[in-house]
Design a protein around this ligand. Sequence first.
Ligand SMILES: Nc1ncnc2c1ncn2[C@@H]1O[C@H](COP(=O)(O)OP(=O)(O)OP(=O)(O)O)[C@@H](O)[C@H]1O
Ligand SMILES: [Mg+2]
Length: 510
Amino acid sequence: MKFRELGLSKDLLTAVEKAGFTEATPIQSDTIPLILEGHDVLGQAQTGTGKTAAFSLPILDKIDLDDPNVQALVVSPTRELAIQTQREMNRFGRVEGAKVQAVYGGADIRQQIRNLKKHPQVVVGTPGRILDHINRRTLKLGNVKFLVLDEADDMLDMGFLDDIESIIKALPTERQTLLFSATMPDKIKRVGVQFMHQPKQVKIKAKELTTDLVDQFYVRSKEAEKFDLMTRFFDVQAPKVTIVFCRTKRRVDEVSRGLIACGYPAAGLHGDLTQKRRSQIMREFRDGKISILVATDVAARGIDVSGVTHVYNYDIPQDPESYVHRIGRTGRAGKHGVSLTFVEPNEKDYLREVEKLTKVRMLPLKPPSENEALSGQLSEVKNELGDLIQKTDMDKFSDTADELLEKYSAKELVSVLLSKMTRSQVKVRITPERPLPNKKRRFSHGRRYNGHGGGGRNNRNSNGGSRRYNGRNGGNRRNDRNHGRSDDRRNNSHRNSNGGGKSFTIKQRD
Ligand SMILES: Nc1ncnc2c1ncn2[C@@H]1O[C@H](COP(=O)(O)OP(=O)(O)OP(=O)(O)O)[C@@H](O)[C@H]1O
Ligand SMILES: [Mg+2]
């Protein structure tokens, strides 16, 4: 459907045209008119199908530019997503002169306060920092007409729900509430509709939850082999722009360092880094300076980096929804992608659970041999050599080249060159992580299992019996976000007994 059929004003249509969008995506055609008509909307559509514009365009259309108050609040689960959404909304809003301000943790609050004083009509932020501004009275939300919970199922899950409820208390009851996500478990939807008024539900019908633009594979692998096998896949698949998801921060650090030691242009991203470093890494990844981003689930939701070709799940996610979002970083906006998930022998049930949710069977993939990996590297090197020959000033090296050719055979010299140009075989040791709890045991002996577990990752399931089933882990996320706020002693004691609590967390919040 064309954007001009959706009832948007001329300014917004110009902005859409400037963005290079020609046709509206299904979630956009279905939700934009509803939002413009004043309805609350619960929108569900696959990853990478333009949900951001689906809520941004009608909001920007309906805000009053002469009103100095904040009129729309968009809540995002991570700082990176808040920054990205601000950028996307600015792109559309600039044409009509709307101001969009982002507020998120780890960044200078005074600067944010100064920016909030400039009367933005739209504020995008992470829950912790939004609440901080509300409490400082530097963010007044009494005139908000639109509340958006992007990645709504995550925002309404246990880890965030208290914060969201507190934010909602600061909003007028008369408002439009818009919930968007690619996944929406029924249990969470029921929580969401409580904050809505006669919501219209738009669920873009798709056979599967994941987009068919992503070819999904899995590889059976033992813990100790994963690093080596992943690099072999890199050499054979030659991924251009890649995200590697790991379960813990320690993993991210070790895997990214290992990749760098082997000569891959990688960097690690997780919540223990300073915000400055996080932003720098995201910038370098977007600019192509880093081609492998190794990350925790902090990069799993919403992040839109154009042209991600591959997603590798170094560790299978514990929570099947997380899988959908992780692999959704590729195969966006009509482009094709590949995902590959490493599955340890005791993790088969997790694989099944993912497949049950996505309704897609992942195809097993045999890991390449060392020789195949080397051939992969060599074919890259051969292409590179052609380029280098074009670029090199041959005259400069001519005499030395002749000298060497007298002393050594051409074959010897080329072999040395090839050896130098292929990646060094550095032995990388990644600290083993305790395997995920066996699902069957968890169903029948869940409590006992967790009682014995003591390990950080397993603990994530110890936050209340009923949540263990789907592997979601709200309580611990809270802990992660708050760096062990002492209101959850159970978790803290586990973290301490484990001696390495920091590395067991998956999502970093404010
Ligand atoms: N109508 C359109 N035509 C072309 N490209 C579009 C259109 N709408 C959005 N896009 C582009 O598609 C990409 C994905 O959009 P967006 O990030 O909004 O997806 P999403 O549905 O929110 O995904 P996720 O579930 O991962 O958050 C972006 O780069 C965006 O600019
Ligand atoms: Mg999105």
